[in-house]
Design a protein around this ligand. Structure first.
Ligand SMILES: CC(C)(COP(=O)(O)OP(=O)(O)OC[C@H]1O[C@@H](n2cnc3c(N)ncnc32)[C@H](O)[C@@H]1OP(=O)(O)O)[C@@H](O)C(=O)NCCC(=O)NCCS
Length: 231
C-alpha cells in the first residue's frame, strides 16, 4: 500500500481531527485536558471555536506560517476512501519576529482551561525561553491513524519538516509525547529539556513527562542555548 506526502488544507480538517482523537485516545491525560463539552457564557471574539475541526482551520487561517502536511494511502484513495492516514501541523517561522512566536495555550470549550494552561502554557513559555525571536520550524501536531501506525507515515512527515528546516538553515523544535520520542530521536532531535506536569488534582497522572526536543540547524550550531536576549 503506497504512501504519499501531500500538502493538506481546510478540507482535511475533519479527517485530521478524527485521526487525532483516535491516536490520543489511549493517552492518560486526554480526559484531563479535554473532559468534554462545557457550558460557557464567556464567549469572546478571540476564543477558539468549539469543535476541533474548526479549531484546526482557525489555526491555519490565523498564521501564514502554519503548514498542514498529510500522508495519503493511495490504495485506500483508489477504493473511494479518504486516504489520509497521518497528519502534521508545522509552523515554519522563516523570519525573526521581535515579539517571538507564542501560540495560545487555550483549547476552547470542552477543554480544562486550568490544566491546558499548566501543560500547554508551560510549553509555550519554555519554547519562548529557548528560541525567542529566532527563526525555527515548530512541529505542533503529528498523529497517525492507529490502524496505520508503524508503516512509516510519521517518519515521512518528519522528513518533510526536516527538509524545510534544512532548506532554510533553521533549527526545528517540538514537544514529544512518550510515543513520539523514539521516532524524533531517529530523526535527529535531541532532548534539551523536560516538562514534568502533575495532573493528579484532576484524577490524572502525578507525573506526566513531555520531552522538549531540538534538531539543530543543518550545518550550523543551531539554537541550543536559551535565547534570553531575544525574549
Ligand atoms: C508517534 C506517531 C505519530 C508515530 O507515527 P507512525 O506513523 O507510527 O510512525 P512511523 O511508522 O514512522 O514509526 C517509526 C518509529 O516510531 C516509533 N513508534 C511508532 N509508534 C510508536 C508507539 N506507539 N510507541 C512507541 N514508539 C512508536 C518507533 O520508533 C517506530 O519505529 P519502529 O517501528 O522501527 O520501532 C504515532 O504513534 C501516533 O500518532 N501516536 C499518538 C499521537 C502522538 O503521540 N503523536 C506525537 C505527538 S509528539
Amino acid at each position: 500500500m503506497p504512501l504519499q506526502v501531500r500538502p493538506a488544507d481546510a478540507r482535511d480538517a475533519q479527517r485530521a481531527a478524527a485521526i487525532e482523537s483516535a491516536a490520543y485516545g489511549p493517552s492518560p491525560i486526554s480526559h484531563v485536558l479535554f473532559p468534554g463539552s462545557q457550558t460557557s457564557d464567556e464567549a469572546d471574539a478571540d476564543a477558539a471555536p468549539s469543535d476541533r475541526p474548526s479549531q484546526l482551520v482557525h489555526d491555519l487561517a490565523q498564521d501564514s506560517t502554519c503548514r498542514w502536511v498529510k500522508v495519503v494511502d493511495t490504495d485506500l484513495e483508489a477504493q473511494g476512501h479518504d486516504g489520509m492516514v497521518a497528519f502534521s501541523m508545522w509552523y515554519v517561522y522563516e523570519s525573526p519576529r521581535a515579539e517571538g512566536f507564542k501560540l495560545s495555550s487555550k483549547r476552547g470549550p470542552g477543554s480544562n482551561e486550568e490544566a491546558c494552561e499548566l501543560f500547554f502554557g508551560a510549553m509555550v513559555r519554555r519554547k519562548h525561553e529557548r528560541l525567542g525571536s529566532q527563526p525555527h520550524a515548530y512541529l505542533k501536531l503529528l498523529h497517525t491513524d492507529p490502524a496505520h501506525q508503524r508503516r512509516g507515515a510519521g517518519s515521512m512527515l518528519l522528513r518533510w519538516g526536516a527538509g524545510e528546516a534544512d532548506r532554510l538553515g533553521i533549527p526545528s523544535y517540538l514537544e514529544a509525547s512518550p510515543e513520539g520520542r523514539p521516532l524524533y530521536q531517529k530523526h535527529g532531535f535531541v532532548e534539551v529539556d523536560m516538562l514534568d506536569v502533575d495532573f493528579s488534582r484532576w484524577g490524572g497522572p502525578a507525573s506526566f513527562k513531555a520531552a522538549l526536543m531540538l534538531r539543530p540547524a543543518h550545518g550550523g550550531g543551531g539554537a541550543t542555548a536559551p535565547a534570553s536576549a531575544a525574549s
